[in-house]
Write a protein that binds this ligand. Structure first.
Ligand SMILES: [Zn+2]
Length: 177
């Protein structure tokens, strides 16, 4: 009889990625080249939080090829978001911008102290802001303002912001005022 308790198996490194690669093989087996070019059909770019609970295409009735999707933690408008939007508009013809934050966002449960904690742990302060927020409506307004005032964008007249409710699936539009 063994004197050591049975250990749970270690998860194999890469096993999740292997699962995705397997899924891709099945996807590709039925894939038909839609023959699209890279210009989004609806001429819209959607900036949204990376939250795993938001299925953007399903939630917005989007089809393959309809839009550019730019996602990050919070769906915030950083310099890199502006970089993507600038390329989206100037090189690939989009005209509208939709911003989507959501209820129960992880960025509401941390603060900018996160950067200080990181610095203490690794000895280097990140150059980026955490972009944490407490008032999601106000953060959507700030994001809209950053898009509307960007000197690099050519289309800033159709910029709308929303909060997605992760419990109901509904969008709530945020007005500028
Ligand atoms: Zn989020």
């Amino acid at each position: 009889m063994s004197t050591t308790a049975p250990q749970p198996p270690e998860p194999a490194i890469g096993s999740v990625t292997d699962r995705l690669v397997d899924a891709n093989r099945r996807y590709a087996a039925d894939f038909h080249d839609p023959g699209m070019d890279a210009h989004p059909v609806l001429k819209v770019a959607v900036v949204a939080c990376m939250d795993a609970r938001i299925d953007l295409h399903a939630a917005l009735g989007l089809e393959l090829g309809d839009c550019h999707t730019i996602r990050n933690a919070g769906g915030v408008v950083t310099d890199d978001t502006i970089r993507s939007l600038t390329i989206s508009q100037r090189a690939l013809g989009t005209r509208s911008v939709v911003l989507i934050h959501h209820t129960n966002c992880g960025l509401q449960s941390i603060t900018e102290d996160f950067r200080t904690e990181l610095e203490h742990e690794v000895g280097q302060r990140p150059t980026w802001a955490v972009e944490a927020f407490t008032d999601v409506d106000q953060d959507v307004r700030q994001s809209m303002a950053r898009v509307r005032t960007s000197p690099f964008l050519v289309h800033t007249d159709d910029v709308r912001g929303f909060v997605f409710d992760v419990h109901t699936g509904l969008l709530r539009e945020i007005t500028t005022q």
